[in-house]
Design a protein around this ligand. Structure first.
Ligand code: EPU
Length: 428
């Protein structure tokens, strides 16, 4: 198990580049199973979740060739099995998006309840109900499921809540279904649109991705002829990760000295920048960069996480660290996941004043000065929040379980060192 040793209060300066979006690239890897030719994915972030998704595809018989540092050629067309590796799936929530393409290719799929970050119950009912509406029969045996169908049929599916992965999995299945599928109350996250645009470029008939109603005209039996256009159309250039960009922006507001964050997509950061504007954090925004320095004064904020374009739940713990430095009272209302506030105990042990009001709400009183300590990263985003808190704290900290952080942030220690952070990886 590896850990980070950090010491705080060092200004961060120079430039840092945002890597490709983890949550976009994972779904594009999965979509390779819909094609009868390989696809090429460029600018993939080198994070463990992406490698695990690659391992899942290889476990199904697919092939992956690395063609450059961040370029992967994925032969999802070579898959010859419809049973997902149990051990990997138990550690990767996004394994569930593979159900759509596997059902499309084999009309069958065996899988287990997917695991991943422990941030709430994370049910899979939207997937099961959706596939069942499209004609799949589902058998459950403890934690294992077997799904099969003679033919996927287009269907009208309404999501009780907006779910990113359920929208993506059903959208991919619908590409191969017979007839039209309409997804209502669909997730509008940019990752859904990036996937839809990639598939549409390759010939899929998808309309409305990025809005709450997505319509897909399926290919039925002709799926492998349908998704078979020119080679250059089977290339996906992974767009930048909006959560990493937002995390770096917060880091800049806490410790920056003219810190420049490169390769951002400003439009995807709108909710973050609106918060900055409201609480007095200044920044300079270019076409695809942001310059930011430590804010003199930060005001308190009432923050509510929401599906896109609202404020992202994945930045919620990171903003909690920011708000420990804000003057007065802040409220965070986490509406997406019911188990994503547990990290506050650790921040309180560092000196923060955060009160849990109910499982969804916390009140933060600030500013407080934090003191370094030894902590355990509970999940990916809280792990990065602890990294930020250690970097603004007095003295030294150690963060254990950094495997969680490596799931979504590529070599974060080396990249933060380059801008002046005192952070060292210790492998045991
Ligand atoms: N939900 C259900 N039933 C379902 C599916 C979801 O009730 O069958 C509920 C969830 O319990 C939750 C809400 O719907 O309350 C939204 O969950 P969603 O399905 O959108 O989450 P997800 O698709 O599993 C993706 C990202 C998460 C991100 C959320 C919200 C991927 C691989 N994961 O998760 O990213 O927090 O959308 O934007 O795309 C992360 O990267 O750290 C991460 C957790």
């Amino acid at each position: 198990m590896a850990k980070f040793a950090l010491s705080g209060k060092n200004p961060l300066q120079g430039e840092i580049e945002v890597r490709g979006s983890k949550n976009a690239v994972l779904k594009v890897f999965a979509s390779s199973i819909l094609f009868n030719k390989p696809i090429l994915v460029k600018n993939a972030p080198l994070v463990s979740d992406v490698f695990k998704m690659g391992d899942l595809i290889k476990g199904l018989g697919g092939k992956i060739e690395r063609q450059g540092e961040r370029t992967f050629k994925i032969f999802g067309n070579k898959t010859d099995s419809f049973s997902l590796d149990k051990e990997i799936s138990k550690h990767l929530r996004s394994s569930i998006v593979l159900l759509g393409p596997l059902l499309a290719r084999f009309k069958k799929v065996n899988f287990v309840y997917p695991g991943g970050c422990v941030i709430g119950k994370r049910p899979i009912d939207f997937f099961l109900n959706g596939f069942s509406k499209m004609g799949a029969k589902i058998k459950e045996n403890g934690e294992s499921f077997a799904m099969s169908t003679k033919e996927l049929k287009g269907a009208e599916i309404f999501f009780r809540e907006r779910s990113v992965t359920a929208t993506e999995a059903l959208m991919m299945a619908a590409v191969s279904a017979k007839g039209k599928t309409i997804l209502r109350n669909a997730a509008q996250e940019p990752e859904v649109k990036h996937l839809a645009d990639f598939l549409a470029d390759s010939g899929a008939r998808i309309k409305g991705a990025g809005t709450s109603v997505i319509e897909i005209e399926g290919f039925g039996d002709k799926i492998f002829k349908g998704l078979n256009p020119r080679e250059e159309k089977r290339e996906f250039m992974t767009p930048s990760d909006r959560i990493e960009a937002g995390s770096f922006a917060v880091l800049g507001a806490l410790l920056g000295k003219n810190l420049v964050i490169r390769k951002i997509i400003p439009e995807e950061l709108s909710s973050v920048l609106a918060c900055f504007d409201q609480i007095g954090i200044r920044y300079e925004l270019g076409k695809n960069w942001l310059r930011i320095s430590k804010a003199d004064k930060i005001a308190g904020l009432n923050l509510k996480t929401e599906p896109y374009p609202g404020f992202p739940t994945d930045l919620q713990p990171i903003f909690a660290v920011l708000l420990t430095q804000a003057k007065g009272e802040s409220l965070i209302f986490e509406t997406v996941f019911e188990g994503r506030l547990e990290y506050i105990n650790e921040l309180n042990r560092m000196g923060a004043k955060i009160m849990l009001c109910d499982p969804h709400r916390i009140i933060i009183n600030g500013p407080t000065s934090l003191k370094g300590r030894e902590m355990e990263s509970p999940d990916l985003r809280a792990g990065l929040a602890f990294t930020l808190s250690a970097l603004i704290a007095e003295g030294k900290s150690v963060i254990h379980n950094i495997e969680h952080i490596d799931r979504g942030y590529e070599k974060i220690d080396e990249r933060l060192q380059k801008i002046g952070a005192k952070i060292k990886r210790i492998s045991q």
